[in-house]
Design a protein around this ligand. Structure first.
Ligand code: SF4
Length: 344
């Protein structure tokens, strides 16, 4: 397949441009151009990424986002990396949706520990009307704590997106997971186009987009380039780009996937920074396995957001003290909300 063919195929998956284009511009990245960046000598790539990062993020702060699973397990989808799918025997039990009070308690603790964004995740194919009503109540309550709000609930139609926006939702997370041409290896209960449609509904409601993917799922380097090109060519590209390194959970189809070389993970972060300069690039799942030195390289490469708290939905994450110590060692400051500034 030629680079041109790949570029053409990727373009088929691009969403239709909307009337009012938000602030972040879309790039026109071919898979071949992204691959060329990924293949650069590492030091040259890091230098370029850090240069772009300093130009676009002179304040150099790190955003701390906390993710809470408000409805765990029993999901009818079959995403091959996910321990919450009902198809896989992973020991994760289906639970009922949390109450608003429980969510507020967790969000308050996250805010008091320094988080500025609170993300609520639910293991659904798509929320029903009654689910959206419950999550909207959670969003309003968390917004009332002075935090940015984010939700990840599966596929979302335009009406539900608007309902959540009206409740105060700032961000919606919906990942593209991988390149369009590798996607079928990972999940077959929803299509790539389904994902793009949800992103468009989210944009249409005026909600900012949090969208990234997962590496280390047995993909080839060209698929990493394909994912990054797809993200950068969204119109506009996402405000938040979480980059996950697969956490191999026993019982999932990807439990034995070959781990990604940590330096290749750093490359993915660096290229994300270069081609989406104003996005918050977030170190997400798999950070616990990276160790301090590789995380430091990721920050050098332009990562400026982390998930913060000892759990990421149902998998482990470094604890708050470990992260606080790491940021201090590296001389990095956490982003603060106006309320936190006032109390400092
Ligand atoms: S990633 Fe989300 S949609 Fe896919 S199985 Fe897990 S909870 Fe369900």
């Amino acid at each position: 397949m030629t680079a041109e063919t790949i570029t053409r195929e990727i373009k088929v998956h691009r969403p239709v441009a909307r009337d009012s284009e938000p602030a972040l511009p879309a790039g026109h990245w071919s898979v071949a151009a992204v691959q060329a960046l990924l293949d650069k000598p590492l030091m040259a790539l890091l230098y370029e990424a850090q240069t772009v990062h300093r130009q676009h993020w002179p304040e150099g702060d790190i955003e701390l986002a906390t993710l809470l699973s408000v409805k765990t397990g029993g999901c009818p989808e079959n995403c091959g990396y996910c321990p919450q799918s009902a198809e896989f025997d992973t020991g994760v039990k289906a639970e009922k949706i949390m109450t608003v009070d429980e969510v507020v308690l967790a969000a308050t603790a996250a805010r008091d520990a320094g988080a500025t964004r609170f993300c609520m995740g639910a293991a659904w194919r798509a929320p029903k009307d009654r689910d959206v009503e419950k999550v909207a109540a959670m969003v309003s309550a968390v917004k009332g704590l002075g935090m940015q709000t984010c939700a990840t609930l599966g596929m979302l139609g335009p009406q539900h997106a608007q309902q959540l926006r009206d409740a105060g939702l700032d961000y919606y997370n919906h990942n593209l997971d991988t390149a369009p041409d590798y996607y079928g290896e990972i999940v077959d209960t929803r299509t790539y186009q389904d994902r793009l449609d949800t992103l468009q509904h989210v944009r249409g409601a005026g909600i900012s987009v949090c969208c990234g993917g997962i590496v280390g799922m047995g993909e080839a380097p060209v698929h990493r380039a394909g994912l990054l090109a797809q993200l950068a060519n969204l119109s506009p590209y996402p405000e938040s780009v979480p980059i996950n390194s697969l956490v191999r959970v026993p019982g999932t189809p990807l439990a034995d996937a070959p781990p990604i070389d940590p330096l290749d993970f750093v490359r993915v972060i660096a290229v994300a920074r270069i081609i989406m300069p104003r996005a918050r690039v977030r170190l997400s799942a798999g950070r616990q396995q990276l160790g301090e030195a590789v995380q430091a390289l990721c920050f050098m490469a332009g990562a400026n957001s982390i998930f913060y708290g000892d759990k990421l939905l149902v998998t482990g994450n470094p604890d708050v003290e470990t992260d606080t110590l790491l940021l201090r060692k590296l001389g990095l400051n956490a982003r603060r909300t106006q309320e936190q500034e006032a109390c400092a």
